[in-house]
Write a new protein. Sequence first.
Length: 208
Amino acid sequence: MGLREYNEVWNLQRKLMNQRARHEIPDTLILVEHPHVFTVGKAVAGEVPNRIEGVPVTRVERGGQWTYHGPGQLVGYPILDLDARGRDIHKFLWSIEETIILALDEFEIKGGRVEGKGKTGVWVGNRKIASIGAAVRNWITFHGFALNVNTEMKYFSMIEPCGMPSSTMTSMKEFLNSPVDFNKVKEGISRKFEQVFQLKLAPGQLQV
C-alpha cells in the first residue's frame, strides 16, 4: 500500500476482518509503511499523551506496550481466519516470526527467537529487529508485525519499545551498515509468508 496514515490502515484492517469473517475475502496480507506514529497496546494502563515531540500517539487494541512506526519500516497486517487453522494463536505468532527469519536469511542476517515473556518477535543476537503485536477477534487476526529495514532508529529513544530500553532495537540497515532495497524486502516477506502459511497471495487484486 506504500506510505499510508496509520488510522487509514487501522480502519481498513477492521473492515477486512469483518469481510474475512463473512468469507467475502480470502486470507490477506497488508504490507505498508506509515508516517511517524507511536502506538500503545493493551498492556499499558492509564492515560497516554496525544503526542510526543510532535509525533502522534494512538492507543490500539493489540497486545503489548509501546512501539514506533515510521518510514523505512515494513509493517505487515495479516488478516487470517484462525478458525480454519486450528485456532492456534501460538502457532500463528511462531509462523510470523518464521516468515521474517526466512526473509532475513536472504540478506545474510541470522534472525532468531528469544524465550521469555515479552520477547515475541525476531532478534539478531541480543538486538530486536522485528516486533509483533497481534490481535484476534472471532478467530480473525489483525494488527501484526513491524520489521525495521531502513528505519530512523532515533524515534525509539522517545519511548520504551515493548517495555525494553530503546538500545535493544536494531534495523537491517544498521546491521548491514548500508541502506537496504525496500522492494526486495517486501518481495521476500511476501514469498516467505506464502511458504510458511501455505497460501498464494494475489497482489493488487483485493477490492476494498
